[in-house]
Ligand binder design. Structure first.
Ligand code: DNO
Length: 398
């Protein structure tokens, strides 16, 4: 598998020469400065690509776009979408013309990945990202004050949420809002409480069925163009894989993934297999899903979670937590071998260590939440070890 590393671009405190040292050869990045819905020009794409390849001794290439964002209007299924679809297609063509052909995106309404704590202390030191059912309920019911929100939370969770809100200071509440917004990449579309309420109101008439329809329409509009120019799109699952704040989410489980691949069958309509996002859902047997959907996987995020029955979860060590990482890596290596045997030119599947704990000198470096240097390096090194061993034992290509 191709070892990749997410780099947020020239403003990322982690530099390309440092990435060279962690042993990754593929860069995962996006043009975060371009507003949603605007075409990524060949000039802007080539500029980023040339930056990545400038020092040939590092051996880096731009292997995956994460993400080419889908505008909210598309998720909402508004009427005048022709130019947004065309812009999306044009960005794909431009990327392909610059040699970047794997494109990750997500279809989560309003919010991207969502946590309630960015620096949960670990027993041995270091910090992890965490989603706490109590704080999520406290925000939903007593800060956002969403109508009928209490019906969506268990009564013991609500009791603890009330206790938390009772003792929270204004600074605690502000931090919770900022934490919930932290998943949105780029400089756009972060909401304050009134802004979030307005966005939720726009989704009032959109349930799962409507969101699925809007998603299928998006796929029918863009997948043929992707196929034509040799781009493989790959959807990132919802993180966490459940509805949030009454917003439907439709990339959360095996049924959803099946719906997506069937909605527009094509090699260009693929999946980003994220073990952390899928692993946060009690409904998901992640290794079984890895085997079942392997032929559609174009990109892999390897990360682990420990979860509790009330929906709370914490990002665990890459080889700790609830997801059997060895089983997932084995499924992906088998799929790679199949592609290689079938003579597919791009048979090697890119993966990256997704998130990491903040460890040792990571603290205070100002990296993006979840994306520290040492914590991810540790994850990458551990996964590289698993990969090497599984491949050797089973005589599979690495
Ligand atoms: C979190 C990431 C996600 C992912 C997007 C893809 O760290 O895995 O933010 O980049 O959802 O569109």
């Amino acid at each position: 598998m191709e070892q990749t590393w997410r780099w947020f671009g020239p403003d990322d405190p982690i530099t390309l020469p440092q990435i060279g040292q962690v042993g990754a050869s593929g860069i995962v990045t996006a043009l975060h400065h371009i507003p949603y819905g605007v075409v990524w020009s060949v000039e802007e794409i080539a500029k980023r690509r040339d930056m990545i390849e400038a020092d040939a001794s590092l051996g880096l290439r731009w292997s995956v776009v994460e993400s080419l964002p889908v505008s909210e209007a598309i998720k909402l299924g508004e009427d005048n979408l022709a130019s947004l679809f065309e812009n999306y297609r044009q960005s794909l063509r431009n990327l392909a013309s610059c040699g970047v052909t794997t494109v990750c995106y997500n279809f989560m309404p309003v919010l991207d990945w969502t946590r309630t704590e960015l620096a949960h202390r670990l027993p041995g030191g270091g910090t992890a990202l965490r989603f706490d059912a109590d704080r999520y309920a406290a925000f939903d019911c007593y800060i956002l004050e969403r109508p009928n929100a209490e019906a969506d939370h268990a009564s013991d969770v609500l009791d603890r949420a009330r206790a938390w809100i009772g003792r929270a200071s204004q600074a605690d509440k502000d931090r919770l809002l900022a934490t919930i917004m932290a998943g949105l990449p780029g400089a756009f579309d972060r909401y304050d409480v009134p802004g979030l309420r307005r966005m939720l109101a726009r989704y009032r008439d959109i349930g799962h069925a409507e969101l699925r329809d809007n998603y299928a329409r998006f796929l029918r509009e863009v997948v043929p163009a992707a196929e034509e120019c040799g781009v493989r799109l790959c959807v990132h699952p919802d993180d966490p894989p459940r509805d949030l704040f009454g917003l439907p989410r439709v990339v959360s489980n095996a049924d959803d993934l099946q719906f997506i691949v069937d909605a527009c069958p094509s090699p260009a309509n693929g999946i980003t297999f994220c073990t952390g996002a899928l692993g946060a859902g009690a409904q998901n047997d992640v290794p079984a899903m890895a085997v079942r959907f392997a032929p559609h996987v174009q990109f892999v995020h390897l990360r682990n979670v420990s979860k509790s029955p009330d929906g709370t979860f914490m990002e665990a060590d890459h080889l700790g937590g609830d997801v059997d990482m060895v089983a997932v890596v084995t499924a992906m290596l088998n799929e790679q071998a199949r592609r290689k045997d079938a003579g597919e030119p791009g048979w090697r599947i890119p993966f990256r260590p997704d998130h990491g704990h903040e460890l040792l000198d990571d603290t205070g470096r100002g990296t993006h939440p979840g994306y520290p240097l040492i914590g991810r390096l540790k994850g990458l090194a551990e996964i590289r070890g698993v990969m090497t061993a599984v491949a050797a034992i089973n005589h599979l290509p690495v």
